[in-house]
Design a binder for this molecule. Structure first.
Ligand code: HPA
Length: 281
């Protein structure tokens, strides 16, 4: 793997040094928990837990439902301790700092800790007319309407031309579909569109996105996917459809609705994640 500026960056070095003073745990898979999904950590036998705010240079989210904690451990179900995990409870969004290198900081940290497999989750608005609030969607493709890719000098050097077709690991995607079908979860599949936010879209924007083939819309995940795939990490991403998008839903959109829907599907989400984690060894 190429040793690049972003990876050798002094801030990353400081953060890794701090984490390594706290724990010598060696996770193999990382899970990024999106809006309202942070409670998944209750399924973990925690070996070590570090507040994001303690770690030098680590970007901390101010959005409710993003606890800002790195949890190291094993699934409680994983009696054999076969899959050491790092759970990122919460993430920072691009609109919070306007800096892509902060958004992807956790991914680079995961890489530097030796992690090769990554599951990214988010909350998203649903456009596809077959979707309901509370559905889970495997992200099969991306539309990036921010057109942001390499922003900082470091990142431009790191990721000259990643290959879009290789963003996702098809083996892990297949595993997820199998796990969902075994659990009788009607997992949707679709295209995720990344917008900068922080405002939700207008109904007219949603109609435009629908014509473009967007199934779900949100404000995260895509920069993390670019980085992870450029670093050679096997990655998949899953959206929780927390609401139907503006104009499709009769409700006025709110962050409270997003987290309330996450609450109603957290059991299903947890079962799916646990099964997947134990099957990807
Ligand atoms: N739009 C954008 N981002 C979102 C939405 C939405 O409707 N729901 C959750 N994140």
């Amino acid at each position: 793997m190429i040793e690049t500026n972003l990876i050798k960056n002094k801030k990353i070095y400081d953060a890794i040094h701090y984490i390594r003073r706290k724990t010598d745990f060696k996770p193999r898979l990382a899970l990024v928990l999106g809006s309202g999904l942070g409670e998944f950590s209750e399924n973990i036998n925690v070996v070590s837990s570090i507040l994001a705010s303690e770690i030098p240079h680590y970007p901390v989210s101010s959005v409710q439902g993003h606890a800002g904690r790195l949890v190291f451990g094993y699934l409680k179900k994983d009696a054999a301790r076969s899959m050491p995990l790092l759970i990122f409870q919460g993430r920072i969004h691009f609109y919070e700092s306007g800096k892509l290198d902060q958004v992807v900081f956790p991914i680079v940290i995961a890489y530097r800790l030796g992690i090769k497999k990554l599951i990214i989750t988010n909350a998203a608005g649903g456009l596809n007319s077959s979707f309901s609030a509370g559905d889970l969607m495997l992200i099969k493709d991306i539309i990036n309407l921010t057109f942001l890719q390499g922003q900082s000098k470091d990142m431009q050097q790191d990721f000259p031309h990643s290959h879009p077709l290789e963003y996702f690991d098809s083996t892990m995607q297949q595993k997820l579909l199998q796990c969902a079908s075994q659990l009788k979860i009607a997992l949707k599949e679709g295209t995720y569109c990344w917008l900068k936010g922080p405002a939700y879209e207008t109904p007219a924007e949603i109609q435009m996105l629908k014509r473009l083939g967007v199934d779900a819309v949100g404000m995260s995940t895509v920069p993390e996917i670019y980085t992870a795939s450029a670093l050679g990490m096997k990655t998949i991403a899953i959206s929780l459809i927390s609401n139907l998008a503006a104009g499709i839903s009769q409700n006025k959109l709110s962050h409270a609705e997003v987290t309330a829907t996450a609450d109603t599907v957290k059991e299903q989400f947890s079962e799916l994640m646990k099964k997947l984690i134990l099957s990807v060894k």
